[in-house]
Write a protein that binds this ligand. Structure first.
Ligand code: ASP
Length: 439
């Protein structure tokens, strides 16, 4: 039995936090492989080490002096090392970093040093082996993550290793150039390691006790989600639920390894379990609600559209030609609506409209901006009648006008389009009807 444990930046922001992490790891012998992030914020006004590194490297890139900035980063680690009573020195490491910054090693290299150094500190603190992610997490020639080579390399490397620390967030290309994932990418590294060692569970330790049914900035003290499937999570993260990096589920999903989101500051909480499938009945019909503002709808009318073969393709081609991806395409008999991100679309609006006219010859096009999309997600919806009905009546009671509704054929989610200004009242109304007032 082995567990891979990933700790986020806030869990490793100070020596005090490191000690909590040490206690958590030592409390369970199965916690054999540790993936740390870089030190995060110690308080709301603090700066993450990753951001300090980006800023410091920006100076180096411009040929400016970056000594003080690098020193401040060194101080963050010194504070942790001293607070833990370790005898470790990172002096040589910082000399190398300064040289590489001067040689313009790139911002990926710069940012990755946060995790790299934290990995060294963590391995020293725990007495675990340190494995540089640049040796085992690989990217191909085009800079894409190479999942299969990485899996093979990592599996071989860890085969006879009892306990190890592998820093998150980065790897390297074939030529050795360091490359990072997108921000928050240590979650992905944890998942990659869990897959390689075929872990029983991938524990992802953060500063909240798992996923909440809805955004706490909108709903006062929303309930937590005990169990959620990979598919449900994908829908929710896509729509803005941000506890876990949205790509982190892919590696573990291949092996059916569950992810357990846990809270470093409340280790007694069970957190959220993310699983492939479960017979556990969800507590409520819906598992979660998430949404985003800032969409635009492009409504295209054409008589007899339903019998014109290729109409949809031509319309979408107009978006493709202008490099705009679409979110949803609900359609009627003589209408088709394309939802796009307003900020992406705004500058190209008239080009897209003329391309649609040229390619699809519609009767009429109408654009509406300032819309929000809300995803109501739940595996429980499949077996429950009247879910859409309940959503509609709740929204009607809350005086929210529904502009669009789109139910995926999997019956896993219902997407609702409302005006940006109705976004919060719509989420409150949906939360209340399913969670607070259960009929
Ligand atoms: N340290 C990186 C960031 O701040 C990666 C991570 O924390 O996962 O985005």
């Amino acid at each position: 039995m082995r567990k891979v444990v990933k700790f986020g930046g806030s869990s490793l922001a100070s020596a005090e936090q490191f000690k909590k992490v040490g206690d958590i790891i030592r409390a369970d012998k199965e916690r054999k492989f540790v993936v740390p992030s870089a030190p995060g914020k110690r308080n709301p006004d603090d700066t993450k080490v990753t951001d300090m590194l980006y800023a410091c490297y920006a100076l180096a890139e411009e040929g400016k002096d970056f000594k003080d900035e690098l020193k401040a980063i060194g101080e963050r680690y010194r504070e942790i090392i001293d607070g833990l009573g370790l005898t470790l020195s990172l002096e040589e490491e910082f000399k190398t970093i300064a040289q590489n910054f001067k040689a313009k090693a790139g911002d990926n290299y710069a940012a990755s040093r946060g995790e790299y150094l934290n990995g060294i500190v963590m391995a020293n603190y725990l007495g675990y082996e340190f494995i540089d992610a640049a040796e085992v997490v690989l990217f191909d020639r085009n800079g894409e993550f190479d999942a299969e080579t990485t899996n093979r390399k990592l599996r071989e490397r860890l085969e006879n290793v009892e306990t190890a620390v592998i820093p998150g967030f980065y790897g390297a290309c074939e030529d050795g150039t360091v490359k990072t994932f997108s921000r928050g990418g240590s979650d992905i590294t944890g998942s990659i390691v869990a897959r390689a060692v075929k872990a029983n569970v991938y524990e992802n330790w953060t500063d909240v006790s798992g996923f909440l049914i809805a955004d706490p900035r909108i709903i006062y003290k929303p309930e937590g989600i005990e169990t959620i499937t990979y598919k449900e999570l994908r829908e929710l993260s896509y729509m803005g639920a941000t506890v876990l990096h949205e790509d982190a589920i892919f590696p573990v999903r291949r092996e059916g390894i569950p992810i357990n989101i846990r809270n470093t500051n409340a280790p007694e909480d069970n957190g959220t379990w993310i699983v492939e499938s479960t017979c556990q009945k969800p507590k409520y019909v819906i598992t979660g609600i998430a949404g985003k503002r800032g969409f635009c709808s492009v409504n295209i009318d054409k008589d007899m559209m339903n019998s014109e073969i290729g109409f949809g393709r031509k319309v979408l081609q107009a978006f493709e030609e202008n490099g705009i991806s679409f979110e949803h395409v609900p359609s009627g008999i003589d209408t088709m609506t394309v939802f796009v991100h307003q900020d992406e679309f705004m500058h190209k609006e008239q080009q897209v409209v003329s391309a649609i006219h040229r390619l699809a010859e519609p009767d009429h096009i109408e654009i509406e901006g300032d819309l929000a999309l809300i995803a109501v997600v739940g595996r429980g919806m499949k077996s429950t009648r009247g879910t859409a009905g309940r959503i509609f009546s709740a929204l009607a009671h809350a005086n929210v006008n529904v502009k669009m509704i789109d139910q995926g054929s999997s019956e896993l989610n219902i997407i609702i389009g409302v005006a940006n200004s109705d976004f919060e009242s719509a989420i409150k109304a949906i939360y209340d009807i399913f969670v607070r007032i259960q009929i």
